[in-house]
Structures are given as C-alpha cells and as structure tokens.
Write a protein that binds this ligand. Structure first.
Ligand code: MG
Length: 388
C-alpha cells in the first residue's frame, strides 16, 4: 500500500495524477488533497478519493468546505500545505503547486522523510541546495515529475556519476519558435497559452513560450543531478518525442522517448523501480516520421540565457529571477505588461541585486519578497515606450 498526498490537485498535474491512480487501483490510497480556488472541483475530488485531510488556500473557505465533506479535516494556507506534506500516514507527496508557494511544503515534506514528487519546479530553482540538505537530514527523497528531468532520472539509472559528461534537455520551442523579438511584439496571452505539444497550466505555458521554463529546468537539473548549469545543454526539438538525453564520457547518448503526456512521468515516479502498464496509446515512431533538433535562439528568447546567468551567479540569483518571473507572467496574463516585457522585467530584477548566499530559508524568502517587490515597481514605473 502506498499512501499519497496531492498538493495542487485541481490543476493539470492533479488531472494526470488521478488518471494514473485510477489505473493503479486500490494499492494506492489518497490520504490528503489540496486545492486553491476551484473549490467545487476540490470537493468533488475529495468525495471520489476520500482523503482524511483536505487543504484550501483561504482560511475563509474552511468552514464551507468542511460542511460539504463530513468527517474530513480541512486545513488552510501555507501552514495547511505543510501539514499535508508531513502527514505521518503519507509515503509520497505529489507537488503540483504553481510557483514559490510550494517551497515551504516541499522542505517540510523532505524534513519529515517523505518522497516529494516535484512537478513544481520553482522551489528547486529558488532553493535547490536547501531542499537537498533537507532530504539528506530528514531522509526524504526528491523525485522529478516534470517530463525532462524525469527522463534524465531514468536515463541515469544504474550509471556511475563519473561517467556523465553532460545533460541535454529538449524543448519544443513553444508557440513562437522561429520568430524574432519584433515578431513577438504583439503576442497576446491567448496566443502564448497555445502550446504546440503539451497541455499544462497557464504559468508554465507562458514560461514555455519565453523559454523561461527551459531555463528553470537547466537550474533544476543542475541541482537534481549534481552538475554545473553549463553542463546542461538545451536543444530545440519541435516534436517533443525525445524528452531529454544524457551524454556520457565515451560520447554515448541515452535518450528517453515517449508520448507527450504527464501520465508517463507521474506513473513512473509512483511505481519505480517497477514499471506498470499505463493508460496511454503507444508511440508509433513510423507515424512520428522524423525527429528534428536545432540550437535554441538565445537572442530572440533571452529568458533562457537569464537562467544560465542566474545559475552561474548562484546564491539568491535564481530565487530573485523566479520571483520576478512569477510577477511578470501574472501581469502579462492580466494584460498589464507586454509579452516582451517579461524578459526585460526579469533582466532588470536579476541585475539589480548581488547574488548573496541562499544558505538559509530566511535568505531565500527575503530574496523572493525582494524579487516580487522590484518586479511590481518595474510594472508600476512610468513606461517610456507608452502604455499598452
Ligand atoms: Mg518540462
């Protein structure tokens, strides 16, 4: 019996996780669920999966949700997420939260010895060193659910760490692949949300359009697999069939291929080292026909380079960048800034502060707050290029 908590269960990671759990059957039991604003969906999922604990974002919603779920303990906010991530009865916590809010629950879960399945990459970007230290101290384990780092994890199984030369992350290139900055000037949120190969939440889809998401994966992979950011390369692969590759000292490349469906990495994280049949159509390589690879366009997608810079600087630089990007993407989706402003805002915040150490939670949280404040100020500044 494996007992599972799903944080952020009403989003797209939750949808995929429940598809996996349906297929795996009664050997897997849901003991805790959390959701944000989609309370009807959260209540419906709790009725189906019958967890003992449910978390909501807002304390004001606790009484109403509790009234609809007799016998269920309802908790709220970040504190509630930490309670769910550390439930004594839980073995594995799926973190499908969006953004920096996932940091504290991830640390708490690892300190309590839980296996944290991380689809939420911002905490790793912000505080990878702290998460690894928490895992070492508490006996927890950090498993990547995102398709690329999950693919790398599989490629590296059984290999000696000294034999790895570099990691190669694939990127679809997003909806604006091949476009110049000038051509991206009028991009609308609707266009940015139309990802060519993956169906995901809004934040990560916009991050995929700017290549910020790929840059975050570079930082994430450097922590998870113990390499420098410059040992992680990005290659554009529009078909998204190859999920990533590991290159070894002898020049051999091992790749992970599969359908573009989060069911596959999530299921593997739940069942590994075993593999089970998954509710997915088989990949027909003859139908795929060809696999293309090209270098990323760093000039027209500057967010990728920003992540390399933040990773090289280290310290609080990635946390500042992650915080800035969260504010930037929300402002873009709200129609307050332009698509190209996301990169400019992120550059401004990253360059405005020295990369002081990120060796305590307090330092990371302070950097997160500072990044958000600087980003908000940038948005409010008089705009020399004119209003939207
Ligand atoms: Mg990914």
């Amino acid at each position: 019996m494996k007992r599972v908590v799903v944080l952020g269960c009403t989003g797209s990671i939750g949808d995929s996780t429940f598809r996996v759990l349906e297929g795996l059957g009664p050997e897997y039991q849901v003991v805790g669920l959390s959701g944000g604003r989609q309370l009807d969906k959260l209540v419906a999922l709790a009725r189906t999966w019958k967890p003992a604990w449910v978390g909501v974002a807002d304390t004001a919603d606790v009484a109403a949700v509790a009234a609809r779920l007799p016998g269920v303990r309802v908790v709220a906010g970040e504190e509630g997420l930490c309670q769910l991530a550390t439930l004594p009865e839980a073995d594995l916590v799926i973190n499908g939260l969006v953004g920096g809010v996932g940091l504290r629950p991830s640390l708490a879960g690892l300190e309590a010895g839980k296996t944290m399945g991380m689809a939420n990459k911002e905490p790793i970007v912000m505080a990878g060193g702290l998460l690894l230290a928490a895992a070492r101290q508490g006996g927890g384990q950090l498993l990547p659910l995102d398709s690329e780092p999950n693919a790398l994890w599989q490629c590296l199984k059984g290999e000696e760490s000294g034999s790895l030369a570099r990691l190669i992350l694939t990127a679809s290139g997003g909806p604006f692949r091949g476009q110049t900055r000038a051509q991206q000037a009028r991009v609308t949120p609707e266009q940015a949300l139309r990802h060519p190969t993956w169906k995901m939440g809004a934040k990560i889809t916009v991050d995929s359009a700017t290549l910020m998401n790929k840059g975050f994966e570079v930082i994430e992979a450097s922590w998870l697999f113990g390499v420098e950011v410059d040992q992680v390369e990005v290659v554009i692969h529009p078909e998204s069939v190859v999920h990533s590759l590991a290159e070894f000292v002898d020049g051999a490349l091992l790749a992970h291929l599969g359908r573009t469906d989060m069911v596959m990495p999530i299921q593997y994280a739940l069942t590994h080292p075993q593999r089970r049949p998954a509710p997915l159509e088989r990949l027909d390589l003859a139908k795929v026909g060809q696999l293309r690879f090209s270098a990323p366009d760093r000039e027209n997608f500057p967010c990728l380079e920003l992540c390399y810079e933040a990773g090289r600087r280290g310290g609080i630089a990635p946390a500042l960048l992650s915080a800035a990007d969260e504010v930037a993407v929300a402002a873009f989706l709200a129609g307050r800034i332009r698509f190209l402003d996301i990169a400019d805002l992120n550059r401004h915040v990253l360059d405005s502060q020295p990369a002081s150490p990120a060796d305590t939670l307090a330092a990371v949280l302070a950097a997160d707050q500072l990044g958000r404040r600087l980003a908000a100020e940038w948005i409010e500044r008089p705009n020399p290029k004119g209003a939207l």
